[in-house]
Design a protein around this ligand. Structure first.
Ligand code: MG
Length: 262
């Protein structure tokens, strides 16, 4: 009898723990969504996050053994332009650089959920201001942008600064290094899931570290990212190319690798 009672108590405790955990996560996502809906897209009144000075830049972070290396500094063989022709950005040293006017580039391979590592540097000396300074972008699946921008002593709307999930979430802090210095993004991306009729089952989610500092903690995306609009989800393939943006600024990228997640 005692055994049964103990067992029952254990089961009840487990049930309470699980439901409180799931309520906690539900409440967190709900408060994130509420905080998003209170701000118009690119709202200039949306508060800018506090500045946090990261540690000094480091040499490239070596890829782990199970990573897919997408760019190792040697060539652009894994990349094409938006028309499927060879990518025309330039390679110097161990990095690639946007050649303004040649267009966005994307990987030949498609990827879904993943852990992505990418390093970038904005032009030094800096030129322009606001969105017109060191602008590029890392588009997971070609649709979900983590903004690249020189946000070092350069103000713009909060949901469009460096590290923002463009038009949706400003980063938790501004962890930008100075222009010309190498910076890192480590992104954990969960692709959205759709059923066979194209109905959304699970939204995309992202966790992002900028220069090793947490700037997004498992946020739910409202749909693809876009300028001045928050479009709804539209069913798409489970794997799509990773895209980097030509925003007419000579931004550099190096050491790009990812680990695919099931
Ligand atoms: Mg951009």
């Amino acid at each position: 009898m005692d055994k049964i009672r103990r067992y029952l108590v254990l089961v009840i405790c487990f049930f309470i723990l699980c439901s409180s955990l799931s309520f906690h996560s539900f409440a967190r996502q709900k408060s994130l969504k509420d905080s998003l809906s209170q701000w118009a897209i690119h709202d200039p009144k949306r508060p800018l996050p506090p500045v946090v000075t990261p540690g000094p830049p480091l040499p490239p972070v070596p890829p782990p053994s199970d990573a897919v290396v997408i760019f190792d500094g040697k060539n652009l063989l894994n990349w094409v332009d938006s028309k499927g022709k060879p990518a025309r950005w330039k390679i110097e040293g161990d990095y690639m650089e946007v050649v303004p006017g040649t267009g966005n580039i994307q990987t030949k391979m498609g990827f879904g959920s993943c852990q992505l590592h990418i390093e970038w540097a904005t032009p030094r000396p800096p030129k322009g201001s606001g969105q017109d300074r060191g602008n590029s972008g890392v588009f997971l699946m070609g649709l979900y942008e983590v903004q690249v921008l020189d946000s070092y002593e350069n103000k713009t709307y909060a949901d469009g600064m460096a590290g923002a999930i463009y038009g949706q979430y400003p980063p938790l802090v501004n962890a930008c290094r100075q222009p010309g210095e190498w910076q890192t993004y480590d992104i954990i991306f969960h692709a959205p899931k759709f059923d066979s009729e194209g109905k959304l089952l699970e939204p995309a989610r992202m966790t992002v570290f900028h220069n090793g500092i947490l700037i997004h903690d498992n946020v739910e995306l409202t749909g693809p990212t876009a300028h001045k609009t928050r479009p709804p989800y539209k069913a798409h393939a489970s794997k799509l190319p990773l895209m980097l943006q030509d925003h007419s600024h000579p931004v550099r990228f190096r050491n790009i690798w990812l680990r695919e997640l099931e």
